[in-house]
Design a protein around this ligand. Structure first.
Ligand SMILES: C[S@@+](CC[C@H](N)C(=O)[O-])C[C@H]1O[C@@H](n2cnc3c(N)ncnc32)[C@H](O)[C@@H]1O
Length: 263
């Protein structure tokens, strides 16, 4: 395992208990915590086998199980998987989980699925999109599909603090495959804890070409002007997404892709 991925593993472990507690509360209060748009785009997944990549502590995996899928999840951080299993046991739900670095998971996992799913802050943690896309291809049954819903790279290059002040300024070059080191992962659903972590910026073409090169065919790509978490001072939509009125219709914050195996 790359030393940067090992550092990420340590830092994600530190957040696992908080994530479990936050999401258990949300799942006790709401039957569904998945973004309604994701539910709509996924379509009917009842009875389908679904592999959730980078499943964290299994909260979205549990929502996917509540939609009727037979769910599986994989994540880098062992503590995330311990808490994902606990979460599923708390809600008496069936699910199977694996601890693995996605950069090598495909080498030793031979099961295939109807759906491969990944969402909301996942792919920035991956150093190699070619391996990621080839792994997706390997995990998919011939008539299966992958659904990806993640941060738009255009948004990722911007200075978040300036955006919230109504100022459009970029912080990272768009064409930047360099590694970015931070001293904390931040706290989207956990107390912020110090922990070295590494992320890799991507462009839309990095993602799309990696999928195409792995033998997948893009069914659609959608872009959205709202975000799955609050950057501060954002307005909450009934869907649970957040937006800045000043930037509505102007900046893509998220994207989704559905792809199938090229016939
Ligand atoms: C922002 S979270 C994903 C959140 C996701 N939307 C969910 O269902 O909760 C990113 C996840 O990616 C995992 N991760 C990071 N690098 C990974 C890797 N190389 N292989 C597998 N999982 C990884 C982390 O442990 C973390 O749980």
């Amino acid at each position: 395992m790359r030393k940067e991925v090992k550092a990420n593993e340590r830092s994600w472990n530190l957040l696992a208990k908080d994530h479990y507690e936050t999401f258990k509360k949300r799942l006790s209060e709401n039957n569904q915590i998945l973004n309604p748009l994701i539910i709509q785009e996924l379509g009917d997944i009842k009875g389908k086998t679904l592999m959730h990549l980078q499943c964290n502590t299994g909260a979205d995996t549990l929502s996917l199980a509540r939609l009727g899928a037979k769910v599986f999840g994989v994540d880098l951080a062992p503590d995330n998987i311990v808490y994902a299993q606990k979460l599923f046991s708390d809600f008496s739900t069936e699910g199977q989980f694996y601890t693995a670095d996605l950069m090598s998971f495909g080498e030793h996992h031979d099961q295939q699925y109807d759906v491969v799913f990944t969402s909301e802050g996942a792919i920035i943690w991956l150093p190699d999109f070619k391996i990621w896309a080839q792994t997706i291809r390997k995990l998919l049954k011939d008539d299966g599909f992958v659904y990806i819903n993640d941060m738009h790279p255009f948004f990722l290059m911007l200075d978040e603090n300036q955006l919230s002040n109504g100022i459009f300024a970029y912080k990272y070059p768009y064409f930047n495959r360099q590694m970015d080191k931070e001293e904390t992962i931040g706290g989207y659903a956990a107390k912020e804890r110090p922990g070295e972590c590494y992320a890799w910026m991507y462009s839309m073409s990095d993602i799309i070409n990696a999928l195409i090169d792995a033998g997948l065919q893009i069914e659609y790509i959608h872009e959205f002007d709202d975000l799955c978490y609050d950057l501060g001072n954002m307005t909450k939509l009934p869907s649970g997404q957040y937006y800045y009125p000043a930037w509505k219709g102007k900046i893509p914050f998220m994207f989704s892709i559905k792809a199938t195996i090229k016939k």
